[in-house]
Design a protein. Structure first.
Length: 333
């Protein structure tokens, strides 16, 4: 049975911020999976669809990497529309008009549509610059939508039993020398993020036994070493907990290239909210001791919290997250 779209979203969001290495090389996990180092936007979509148990466009085990051909594949099956968006569809771009005389040949980028708002569509997309992003795109840049038949399955490792789901930071972990449910949650999340292959312990999965033993510490230190805002000490503090809970990629700390301010909505706003909650331990004086919701929306409450943070860090209290503010947010504490 195919994954539900909600389950696939968890997989997609886990890749946000991952980049080509080295830059501008087309060397990314998705192109390596496909076996061909070239433009990898369609490869990234195919990877998600294959992992979800859906047929990739173009046929075969991994589908085609040719975006225009994949759009036609949907069209031949009666699953392509130039006007009607559906959540989870493959969104094909021609950025305003075809380049070579017909609507198919003008298509040269693709992603997976997550939401629609007015004249914009929120799209998860690989090979956007040199990384995976989620961003709002204008409908005028979209050639059409290919419909995918999502199922209802939760998928291996994509959702956890309630007792393994990480919630708010519980305080120092572990709390005793006995097996700890919060350590088990950390072990489970580490296995999800690494897809049960940890190089630090011979490409094995961690045993989810609730004990902070040698293997768990090795894997945790490796996770921390790849995230410069964390201390690579094998301990589980609030910063480590949030990085695991929200599966923040190593590239999450990199400045997105532009300031964020009131009225914006994207994945970087969500990262700002997460870090501000971590730094204040979920209690913001500007909000009467409440935590910020992690919803990716830059509203007036977030603006007040940012301004308060800037005031206490010796920065201009503008409420706008510019490069100096972003750097302070991601400074190791």
């Amino acid at each position: 049975m195919a994954w539900s779209l909600a389950t696939a979203k968890k997989e997609m969001l886990g890749w946000v911020g991952s980049r080509e290495d080295p830059p501008h090389s087309n060397n990314h996990h998705f192109s390596r999976w496909y076996g061909f180092r070239d433009k990898w936007c369609q490869m990234s979509v195919n990877y998600i669809l294959v992992k979800a148990g859906l047929p990739p466009p173009g046929g075969g085990r991994k589908g085609s990497a040719f975006t225009a051909g994949c759009a036609q594949w949907y069209d031949r099956r009666g699953k392509f529309s130039t006007t009607k968006f559906r959540p989870g569809c493959s969104v094909y771009f021609n950025f305003g008009k075809p380049k070579w005389g017909n609507r198919w040949h003008g298509i040269h980028h693709v992603g997976i549509g997550l939401a629609e708002k007015g004249n914009q569509v929120l799209v998860w997309q690989g090979n956007s610059g040199d990384r995976v992003r989620v961003r709002w795109e204008k409908k005028s840049d979209i050639a059409g939508y290919g419909y995918n038949d999502w199922g209802t399955a939760t998928g291996p490792g994509a959702s956890a039993a309630p007792e393994l789901t990480m919630g708010l930071y519980p305080g120092p972990v572990p709390r005793s020398s006995k097996p700890d449910v919060h350590v088990r949650q950390v072990q489970h999340r580490l296995n999800q993020i690494a897809r049960n292959h940890h190089g630090a312990i011979g490409n094995r999965a961690l045993k989810e036994d609730g004990e902070l033993g040698a293997d768990t510490r090795k894997v945790l230190v490796t996770f921390q070493q790849h995230r410069p805002w964390l201390h690579a000490d094998g301990r589980i503090g609030i910063d480590d907990w949030s990085a695991l809970r929200y599966a923040i990629a190593p590239a999450g700390a990199r400045y997105p290239g532009h300031a964020h301010r009131k009225g914006q909505e994207d994945v970087h706003v969500k990262l700002i909210q997460i870090r501000l909650n971590d730094i204040a331990n979920g209690h913001h004086g500007a909000l009467g001791g409440k935590a910020l919701p992690v919803d990716g929306k830059f509203n007036g409450n977030l603006e007040r919290v940012v301004a308060d943070f800037q005031l206490h860090r010796g920065l201009p209290s503008s409420g706008v997250v510019d490069q100096p503010t972003w750097a302070k947010l991601w400074t190791r504490r």
